[in-house]
Write a protein that binds this ligand. Structure first.
Ligand code: NAD
Ligand code: DAU
Length: 372
């Protein structure tokens, strides 16, 4: 079969990547979608059970740092689009092990860029009809002030906790090894555009939540802990603010930008949805307790304030008005509705949670793909 487009999605077995793969495979039967993933602890093919039999979907286990393999796959599948999500993504891990973050996020992205350059420049049409789309984070911009601790209500916001926002023009000022590695990768992507004329797009998104997120991140970790009456380790006083977006809304934005975004541009993605950590924790407790038949407030005693994360960014808040204005994207879900849906999903998928927390799936895939 000849495909209209042939796209590599890196990190497609991870949290956001699996939602992107699912959306593309289902929405574009005439596209070939190649999921290229190393299957680290964060990658799990069970996240894609519902699409793995689709004729237009392929999985290839590979490391983005493996230049030869990646180039061979690009040639083999005549790839004209790359949506790059593969990364080490957890801030706390980056504090313990920064080298792994530099290797994957910086060198891996550079290797992928160079493989795309080598392949696309070898074609008669060169870069025509090609796109390297790099998925990045709002953390590259550093941290904002929290000037209004009680929050300022506004029509487009839940509450804003300050008057400044991350815009596409905001200066990069990363603080953690994770955000420093993502900032570096963003710079390399722009350098390939500016130096070699490669069509690239970078998007910087705020915190995602929803099904299939690895339970080291705040929301799935706390849902699981509340359910099992385990302590909820809140860093510092829980005053830090994050701007939350339902993962399917991010995947829709990625689809839109991949098709209609302008090469060489950056777009911020976020839902104007700022929440203090402690307010989210209370909302999660209320929701899990209600859905599991516990009395209201039963799990409030699980909240345990612990030593703060080193270099903990105080507030993130994305201004995504460029994306709204230029491409007409809007988030579809209110946070309370998204949280209800998310909690229900984790409660209904206890087997998924048990398998990713037991490490069985890592051992299973290690055996299955050994030697490939
Ligand atoms: P994740 O940790 O859930 O998944 C990462 C995926 O990348 C996994 O499937 C893993 O196996 C794969 N991977 C890691 N190293 C690899 C390598 N060397 N080669 C090939 N595959 C490799 O991450 P996520 O939360 O889904 O984030 C995806 C992307 O989106 C990342 O680039 C992250 O920086 C960015 N991002 C995440 C968020 C968020 O809130 N989670 C927000 C904004 C941007
Ligand atoms: O902003 C986008 C970023 O959001 C992404 O680029 C990252 O990949 C993603 O991991 C996320 O980073 P955060 O550090 O904001 O997410 P995390 O879920 O780790 O933490 C959210 C907030 O909750 C943060 O202020 C730290 C706090 N926290 C987190 C954990 C895991 C706690 O208080 N206790 C915890 O146990």
């Amino acid at each position: 079969m000849t495909y209209k487009r042939s796209i590599i999605v890196t990190g497609g077995a991870g949290f956001i990547g699996s939602h992107v793969v699912r959306l593309l495979v289902n929405k574009y039967p005439d596209y070939r979608i190649v999921n290229l993933d190393k299957l680290t602890y964060a990658g799990n093919l069970a996240n894609l059970r519902d699409v793995e039999q689709s004729g237009n979907y392929l999985f290839r286990k590979a490391d983005i740092c493996d230049f030869d393999t990646v180039l061979r796959l690009m040639r083999q599948y005549k790839v004209d689009g790359i949506i790059h999500l593969a990364a080490e993504s957890h801030v706390d891990r980056s504090i313990r092990d920064p080298f792994t973050f530099a290797r994957t996020n910086v060198m891996g992205t550079l290797s992928l860029l160079q493989a795309a350059k080598t392949y696309w420049e070898s074609l008669p049409e060169g870069y025509d009809g090609k796109l390297f789309y790099h998925i990045s984070t709002d953390e590259v911009y550093g941290a904002l002030q929290l000037t209004h601790p009680e929050g300022i209500p506004s029509p487009s916001h839940h509450l804003a906790y300050g008057t400044d926002f991350f815009r596409e023009t905001t200066k990069y000022q990363p603080h953690s090894p994770y955000s420093a590695s993502k900032a570096s990768s963003d710079h390399f992507v722009r350098a390939y555009h500016d130096t070699y004329g490669m069509p690239t797009i970078v998007t910087n998104c705020s915190n995602n939540y929803g099904p299939y997120q690895f339970p080291e991140k705040l929301i799935p970790l706390f849902i699981n802990n509340i359910q099992h009456a385990r302590p909820l380790p809140v860093y510092g006083r829980g005053e830090n603010v994050r701007d939350w977006l339902y993962v399917e809304d991010h995947a829709r934005a990625i689809d839109l930008i991949f098709h209609q975004g302008k090469a060489g541009e950056t777009y911020n993605i976020g839902g104007f949805n700022e929440w203090k950590n402690i307010d989210i924790v209370r909302l999660l407790i209320e929701t899990v307790d209600r859905l599991t038949g516990k009395p209201k407030g039963a799990s409030l005693g699980l909240i345990t304030y612990i030593t703060d994360r080193p270099g903990h960014d105080l507030r993130y808040a994305i201004d995504s008005s460029k994306l709204r204005r230029e491409l007409g994207w809007e988030p579809s879900l209110q946070f309370e509705e998204g949280i209800e849906r998310t909690v229900r999903w984790y409660l209904d998928n206890q087997q998924w949670m048990d398998s990713v927390t037991s490490g069985d799936y890592e051992r299973y895939y290690e055996q299955m793909y050994r030697g490939r």
